[in-house]
Design a protein. Structure first.
Length: 128
């Protein structure tokens, strides 16, 4: 199955420093992204419904960018990236997510992110 890169943007009323914490600390990741996370140095093991996915933190620019490279076989070129910026027009925080999925699952993946980001907005107090 062909894999597709998807990019999705969200506007949030949360500061970049707060959002950054929700992408890098276990106590915050489990509040919106996964059920469990184990961090060993730069290697993050995310758990959903008993299923683990392992990623290495490959880029980490405080309050700007968090990029994980998946360590699963067959996904060597895939990554999950959270890019944080401020809109020069509205002053709102822009979160751009880059992810990968099967070509026939793009809409389902976007729906999943909508749910996840809804939870992130609740947890950060930025609406939702």
């Amino acid at each position: 199955m062909e894999r597709k890169e998807i990019k999705i943007e969200y506007l949030l009323r949360a500061s970049p420093s707060l959002l950054y914490q929700f992408f890098t600390t276990p106590s915050n990741l489990v509040r919106w992204f996964c059920e469990e996370v184990d961090i060993q140095g730069e290697v993050f093991t995310f758990t959903w419904s008993g299923y683990d996915e392992v990623a290495q933190l490959v880029e980490d620019i405080e309050e700007e960018l968090v990029k994980f490279s998946w360590l699963d076989e067959g996904r060597e070129d895939e990554f999950l990236q959270f890019r944080i910026s401020i809109s020069p027009v509205t002053g709102e925080t822009i979160l751009e997510i880059t992810d990968f999925c099967d070509a026939d699952e793009v809409e389902e993946q976007k729906d999943l992110w909508e749910t996840q980001i809804g939870q992130l907005k609740k947890e950060t107090g930025s609406g939702g």
